[in-house]
Write a protein that binds this ligand. Structure first.
Ligand code: GYE
Length: 325
């Protein structure tokens, strides 16, 4: 009896294998045998969703097995995910730290387990520099510089003598928030016309962007000349709030955003946004290459920055192609 059952079971399994084999049209990449644990921050923006998709696709294309965990914007969840990766004995750990501080303990545990760690997108602050191997992510400081340089050119073009700016910032203590703010501030510091009325924390969220903009309009009204927003989501939250008043975004208020997702580019094309600094979420291929190098015991570059552009009303915006995120 038992023998029959086992034979039937094996036959079913074999049939499934055959069906799966016949159904597949594309050639599967060779399995590298690498298991990568990746802790993603959450799904707060089109950028983040595009980044997750890109990492999943790249892992598939490289024949790398991916254990992906979404932390829903919680550092605690990220730490728990990294501990699970260690317990699971993955080959390489990667994560996008939501904030910069508070990672030393869990990273010490990874080090003791002999598992190399890659930082993706954001950096950490630590007293030790041997807890992670490298950082694959954008040069956020330069993004802030590009945003400020655009504003200076725009003020020249419009002949403005005084420029009142409100800045809606990303998640407090996160690398993009700190660096975008610093790059922007350092660059406008050289221009006497520029004045920041207020910086307000929008946490990279659309709903917070709307709330912040409501408060800023109530407080400063038409004294606002510029909104500098640290990501597209907050910008897209802010725009309808401006449009509820008699002010026209893109005309009465200069709107500067960062990321370059499709919705923001569409708003740029419609004249509701003046400038979008690109931040690419497509970091997956670099991540897979680096993970493979680490598995092979090779040296990797300490910092890998993708090349990024700026989109603005200074160019023919109709020529900007589909963004993919
Ligand atoms: O700009 C924002 C996202 O860390 C670069 O996080 C990333 C930022 C991006 O939620 O939209």
């Amino acid at each position: 009896m038992l023998k029959n059952k086992v034979i039937r079971y094996l036959t079913v399994i074999l049939t499934l294998f055959v069906i799966a084999g016949c159904g597949s049209t594309e050639e599967e990449p060779a399995d590298t045998g690498l298991l990568l644990g990746f802790s993603q921050i959450g799904s707060e923006s089109a950028w983040r969703i595009g980044n997750t998709r890109d990492i999943e696709n790249s892992a598939d294309n490289y024949g790398i097995s991916l254990m992906l965990e979404n932390a829903n914007q919680s550092q605690e969840n990220q730490i728990a995910a990294i501990r699970r990766f260690i317990a699971y004995k993955v080959d390489v750990i990667a994560f996008s730290p939501i904030v910069e501080d508070g990672w030393d303990n869990v990273l010490m545990e990874a080090k003791e387990a002999g598992i190399p760690v890659i930082l993706v997108d954001r950096d950490i602050e630590t007293t030790r520099d041997d807890l992670t191997t490298c950082l694959i992510g954008a040069d956020f400081y330069n993004e802030g510089v590009m945003a400020a340089e655009y504003l200076i050119r725009k003020a020249d073009e419009l002949g403005l003598e005084h420029v009142n700016i409100v800045e809606i910032t990303g998640t407090e203590n996160s690398t993009p928030m700190r660096q975008r703010q610093a790059g922007f501030a350092d660059t406008i510091a050289e221009d006497e016309r520029m004045c920041i009325l207020e910086r307000i924390d929008g946490d990279f969220l659309k709903s917070r962007g709307a709330e912040c903009m409501r408060y800023l309009l109530e407080t400063y009204g038409d004294d606002i000349d510029v909104v500098f927003s640290h990501n597209d989501e907050m910008t897209l939250g802010a725009l309808p709030e401006i449009e509820k008043t008699d002010l026209v975004p893109g005309q009465d208020i200069i709107i500067i955003s960062i990321d370059g997702g499709q919705e923001a580019i569409d708003a740029l094309k419609a004249g509701r946004i003046n400038c979008v600094v690109e931040c690419t979420p497509n970091l997956g291929n670099e991540l897979m290459e680096t993970a493979l190098s680490l598995k092979n015991g090779e040296e990797v570059e300490a910092v890998i920055h993708p090349v990024e552009r700026i989109f603005s009303d200074e160019q023919d915006v109709s020529a900007i192609g589909p963004r993919g995120y």
